[in-house]
Design a protein around this ligand. Structure first.
Ligand SMILES: [Zn+2]
Length: 85
């Protein structure tokens, strides 16, 4: 997916979860507002730009990765405007 800035993520209703990749199981929804205040709202968010800045709040390791929770945008398999029946 293309990079989004923090501002765009907020505007478009996206959410980001942070997940510890080792077995401690920590995860948390990231506060994009706070993140923007810290990094700037024009910061481009991706695993490459963000993972190394994140520390697990449970085990303290730098083993956190982010996942995007995109606002649900159904993929149209068919054009329903011409449906039969
Ligand atoms: Zn952890």
């Amino acid at each position: 997916m293309p990079f989004y800035t923090i501002r765009q993520l907020i505007d478009q209703g996206h959410r980001i979860g942070a997940y510890c990749t080792i077995e401690c199981g920590w995860h948390e929804r990231m506060d994009l507002q706070k993140l923007g205040e810290k990094l700037g709202f024009d910061f481009e968010v991706s695993a490459y730009t963000l993972n190394h800045r994140l520390r697990c709040k449970k085990c303290g390791q730098m083993t956190v990765t982010i996942r995007f929770h995109q606002k649900v945008t159904p993929i149209k398999m068919f054009d329903t405007s011409g449906k039969i029946g």
